[in-house]
Write a protein that binds this ligand. Structure first.
Ligand SMILES: NC(=O)c1ccc[n+]([C@@H]2O[C@H](COP(=O)([O-])OP(=O)(O)OC[C@H]3O[C@@H](n4cnc5c(N)ncnc54)[C@H](O)[C@@H]3O)[C@@H](O)[C@H]2O)c1
Length: 319
């Protein structure tokens, strides 16, 4: 069975490509390399360099595929505030092109990278899939718009779709070719930033007076390998004319301080930090309810924070 992986040269996509090949799938990748890297791709994957915005390229990339895992897109929250049109164009319009071409090619299965950013500030915790969706950034708005598009495409054209709403993805996978490391620019994710913290460039702690046990924000982290396991399971439970939305996190939260403590243990050195003011729109606690993932996908994450920090540190050659 051939899977088209859009965005397969990116951090999460490249991990998916590796695991799909290991599990015996045939893999095509469509990526414009705007934030991905061709050297992340193994030679067994068929690579089409191009954009999801071009219907001819998408058509070529879909050749022979039975399903799509759709990672391609822009994913920096801050950049989305500066460039909302770019985010709408690439994420929403790009997905529309992809869905139209899938319909023409009679390819009816898709798993999509949605995000916890669709929920915005939570009213209850842990966050279930039925929580209100009030995104606080254009990025979150584009993910929500795509989820809504998938719902319509499923009912109108028989698409079988699953949106996985990821919380904070972390960790790394080691392959025969080395670690598939996170290479975002700028890097906005806490774990790599904590690991790279130096006295000259200390990692910022945005608020230490939150209503949490240690005063720092609490987030839910999921190891990238556990995340891809959820995608492979999602492929197996897709249902025609049905769109499911499923949270993917670890179901427990770690505070910024706990992440720093974990990094100190792993690196065996102090992590310099800089106390900074709270950021607008940052909720105190963001933790996923993963009951639906457990029941629909028969999935549970198996890697904890220490493993995520250790694997990230190894991938960054800090160990
Ligand atoms: N990393 C996280 O914590 C996280 C959390 C929630 C959701 N997500 C979503 O997961 C997906 C993958 O995230 P990532 O962290 O691997 O990001 P990434 O930037 O490493 O990967 C995105 C990939 O998409 C490609 N791409 C971008 N625009 C494209 C276009 N127009 N046509 C073809 N390819 C294009 C990029 O070159 C890159 O390889 C994204 O959709 C992101 O929004 C990520």
């Amino acid at each position: 069975m051939r899977i088209l992986v859009t965005g397969g040269a990116g951090y999460i996509g490249a991990t998916a490509v590796e695991i799909l090949l290991q599990q015996g799938f045939d893999v095509s990748v469509l990526d414009d390399l705007s934030s991905g890297f061709a050297d992340a791709l193994p030679s067994q994957a068929r690579f089409i360099e191009g954009t999801i915005l071009n219907m001819h390229t998408v058509r070529e990339a879909l050749t022979g595929a039975s399903a799509v895992i759709h990672f391609a897109g822009k994913s920096l929250v801050g950049e989305s505030v500066q460039k909302p049109d770019l985010y709408r164009d690439v994420n929403v319009h790009g997905t529309r092109v992809l869905l139209e071409e899938m319909r023409l090619a009679n390819i009816k299965q898709i798993v999509f990278s949605s995000s916890a950013a669709t929920y915005g500030e939570p009213t209850t915790t842990p966050i279930t899939e039925s929580a209100p969706t009030q995104p606080t950034s254009p990025y979150g708005e584009t993910k929500l718009a795509i989820d809504q598009m998938l719902t319509k495409e499923a009912s109108a054209h028989g698409l079988a779709a699953i949106s996985l709403r990821y919380f904070n993805v972390a960790g790394s996978m080691k392959t025969e070719r080395g670690w598939l490391r996170e290479r975002h620019n700028p890097e906005t994710h806490l774990i790599p930033n904590v690991l790279h913290s130096t006295a000259d460039h200390p990692v910022k702690i945005f608020g230490s007076d939150w209503p949490t046990a240690d005063g720092t924000c609490i987030r839910d982290y999921i190891h990238v390998v556990d995340l891809i396991d959820a995608h492979v399971r999602a492929l197996r439970v897709l249902k025609d004319s049905h769109h499911a939305i499923i949270n993917i996190g670890s179901g427990r939260g770690y505070s910024v301080r706990e992440v720093i403590d974990s990094a100190q243990k792993v690196l065996e050195r102090p992590i310099p930090t800089l106390d900074s003011p709270r950021r607008d729109g940052d909720p105190a606690v963001l933790v996923a309810s993963i009951e639906l993932a457990e029941s629909l996908l028969n999935w549970r994450p198996s890697r904890d924070l220490a493993q995520m920090v250790t694997d990230t540190a190894s991938s960054l050659e800090l160990l």
